[in-house]
Design a protein around this ligand. Structure first.
Ligand code: IVH
Length: 720
């Protein structure tokens, strides 16, 4: 082995030790998983080439992390294994696995396809739940696979983990160890981080935001104070077994993995309904593709699919290599976190004048797309994370949440290097010296777009441009808001076109849109006559609208779609709304002092009234008197919560139906909730409903209710 290789080996071990400690013990990783995996694989490759250099304490020689002082160690009677990762994210991943399985099992070419169970690979942390006579007696982390930590106290706070199993038709074995994943839903994670940001803003020390749902979940599970753990909303999926009473001692006699999952479900444990039986490699490939397409829309993070041989006798025949079963594989998706470099920090101005610092990044492939911009939220966040030009940062993009910079990755030379044998000094080559960092970020004092003064109201985290519609940035955003599908729905009026129209000063305000002619449009760059005509047609069509849409499209601060609907229903006509006093506005459902004041102030401005008058003069019209009132108001006065994935309706569609029937859709379950409509993968909201005794129905029951006016049986006795 060359000296260079030897140095690199040392360095890799030190780095991996350092990052494993940050990750497993402190729950505060500094580098993305993908980077850790890369370093790990580099070390594995070096060790494979030089087995004589493998030491028992090398990071490659153990599975998980160290046991924290505060928790009791527990021995897993059946070890908690890790799983081989197939890094080829294409079809090959599934095909290579199937080929290996068939070869090992000596399945002839002519034999039918092997059955697999494909499951999402949940991105949380592995937990073993031990039930004795159906009662939860122990919950343990994986630890190093053999020894884990007793985290029973914290796991008990998870609503989805039954404290007692319900045998029902299916007898619960005397000893049952359930293996599964504790995770945090994305909405719960966003809400938790929002809460953490508020706590930090209010001066709380010792609080931090979390890098991703998995770290937040890991932090919660390993909290020494169960009250804090209970404050962090966790969820759970079961996916396998540990120790179980054997069949000859009265335990169940399973023959397939699918039966195991069905039994777990029957005993009251949450099992994902995205689990599927797949015949052969081609169905695994299709599963991988389907799940990948759904990934962004799922309520939780997944980092791949897991394939398992369905027949348990075949699983036993395949056995294990070191600590990995030969009967299962994890087939990854592109990572949702990556490292890249900050090229600059821009400040963008939004529709309401809010200034948002945005990191300009060296292009990086994250969560399936190439990202070049990532939000830094606000000044406090940039300063807290101390993000500067030239820094290497961790970027996260998951679901439909906009990409964000989660942290700065400290330069590699800041980690302890392997000391040289001769001198005892660090052997870090200069190659790893940190590049100079840019200056500390500062919010501009004048708007980067229009030069107007920038203010930060006391008690607010955001800075705002005071230019109003004088500011082209705000004007552009106001136009885009007006044109969006949920507002006036002007197809073809997108980003680029709005930029051109505003910059060429062809459009200064909303009414100018309806004064556009073919000549003006055709004079623009890249505008063919056909698209110009289409746009004019779309503008014409948009003139006939509804009052709620029109109200929403005006972009009044705090008036979202729901409030716009409430206002339209309450006042029935725009003129009545425009002349309403603050007290009258306060009579509208869900309108509080801040919203009432914002609406009142908006219509007090002569220029806003002028815009409305001009739009009407251009032909924009709607039916008054509350068109929504025509639909039977079967849900009048009721508050519903939608959760999980409904079988046929999208979230927006379900919401629209409920609202058209006079009901209200709320985002969270409370004692005031009249009913929860739950679909697949419903999580903490469903738990909350059960805890509070709120009736739960499915989509079919909702549809029947809307169609017939007859409330479902579950709602007997419920009234507004
Ligand atoms: S099965 C012997 N199924 O992935 C096979 N694991 O290294 C044991 N994981 O940390 C694992 N989703 O916590 C299995 N549907 C799933 C999983 C899953 C996530 C995690 C598991 C472990 C890692 C495997």
């Amino acid at each position: 082995m060359s000296l260079n290789e030897q140095q690199r080996l040392h360095q890799l071990r030190e780095l991996l030790h350092h990052h494993a400690h940050l990750y497993y013990v402190l729950d505060a990783p500094e580098i993305p998983d993908a980077e850790y995996d890369r370093l790990f694989q580099e070390l594995q490759a070096l060790e494979a080439a030089h087995p004589e250099w493998v030491t028992p304490d090398s990071p490659t020689q153990r599975v998980g992390g160290r046991v924290l002082d505060g928790f009791e160690s527990v021995r897993h009677r059946v070890p908690m294994l890790s799983i081989r990762t197939e890094t080829d994210t294409g079809a090959n991943g599934a095909e290579a696995f199937d080929a290996r399985v068939r070869k090992e099992l000596e399945v002839p070419e002519s034999a039918p396809a092997v059955d697999y169970v494909a499951e999402p690979k949940f991105d949380g942390l592995a937990i073993s739940l031990r039930y004795e006579s159906g009662v939860l007696v122990l919950a343990a982390t994986r630890g190093d696979g053999e020894w884990g930590e007793d985290v029973t106290q914290n796991i008990r706070t998870i609503g989805q983990v039954p404290l007692r199993l319900d045998g029902g038709a299916r007898q619960v074995p005397p000893v049952l160890e359930v293996r599964g994943e504790v995770y945090m839903r994305r909405d719960d994670f966003e809400a938790l981080n929002q809460r953490q940001r508020e706590r930090i803003a209010a001066g709380a020390r010792n609080e931090k935001t979390f890098v991703n749902p998995r770290n937040a979940a890991a932090g919660a599970v390993r909290q020494l104070d169960p009250a804090i753990a209970a404050d962090r909303p966790l969820s759970f999926f079961a996916y396998g077994l540990g120790e179980i009473t054997p069949a000859d001692a009265g335990g169940p006699a399973f023959t397939t993995h699918l039966e195991v999952l069905e039994a777990l479900r029957a005993w009251g444990l949450p099992v994902s309904d995205r689990v599927a039986l797949c015949r052969g490699a081609s169905e695994l490939v299709a599963f991988h593709r389907r799940l990948g397409a759904e990934r962004d829309a799922l309520p939780f993070d997944i980092d791949g699919a897991v394939y398992k041989v369905n027949r348990l006798d075949w699983q036993r025949a395949l056995g294990f290599v070191t600590r990995e079963p030969r009967w299962a594989v994890a087939h990854k998706y592109p990572a949702q976190e990556q490292m890249t470099t900050v090229l600059g920090i821009d400040v963008q101005v939004g529709r309401t004048g809010k200034l948002t610092p945005v990191a300009k990044l060296a292009p990086v492939f994250v969560g399936g797309v190439t990202v070049t911009n990532a939000t830094l939220h606000n000044e406090d966040e940039v300063l807290r994370k101390d993000v500067r030009v030239g820094d290497t940062v961790m970027v996260r993009r998951a679901g439909d949440v906009i990409p964000e910079v989660v942290s700065v990755v400290p330069p590699i030379s800041a980690t302890p290097g392997a000391p040289s044998a001769e001198t005892g000094e660090s052997t870090q080559p200069d190659l790893f010296a940190a590049p100079p960092r840019g200056p500390v970020f500062q919010m501009p004092t004048s708007c980067p777009v229009c030069g107007s003064a920038v203010v930060r109201e006391p008690g607010e985290v955001d800075h705002r441009c005071t230019g109003g519609l004088f500011c082209p940035a705000q004007r552009k955003q106001a136009l885009l808001h007006y044109a969006q599908r949920r507002a006036m729905d002007i197809e073809g009026l997108g980003d680029k076109l709005v930029d051109q129209l505003v910059e060429a000063q062809i459009v200064r305000g909303l009414p100018d849109l309806y004064r556009l002619g073919l000549n003006a449009l055709a004079s623009l760059d890249r505008m063919a006559e056909k698209s110009a005509n289409n746009l004019l047609q779309a503008l014409e069509t948009s003139k006939h609208t509804t009052l709620p849409r029109f109200l929403f499209s005006l972009g009044i601060r705090h008036v979202g779609e729901a409030t716009a609907k409430d206002l339209a229903r309450h006042f029935g006509s725009l003129d009545r709304l425009m002349d309403a006093t603050v007290d009258e506005l306060l009579m509208v459902r869900d309108v509080g002092p801040v919203v009432a004041d914002s609406i009142h102030t908006f219509f007090l401005q002569p220029h806003n009234r002028e815009v409305v008058a001009q739009l009407r003069a251009c032909g924009v019209h709607w039916e008054e008197g509350g068109a929504a009132a025509d639909a039977p108001q079967r849900l009048a006065g009721l508050t519903l919560v939608l959760t999980g994935t409904l079988p046929t309706l999208s979230r927006d569609q379900a919401k629209a139906l409920v609202e058209a029937a006079g009901g209200k859709v709320s985002g969270s379950v409370s004692k005031k909730t009249h009913c929860v409509v739950a679909g697949a993968e419903a999580g903490s909201k469903l738990d909350k409903a059960r805890e509070l005794g709120v009736p739960v129905i499915d989509e079919a029951a909702l549809q029947a209710w809307l169609a017939t006016g007859e409330p479902p049986a579950a709602l007997a006795g419920v009234s507004p």
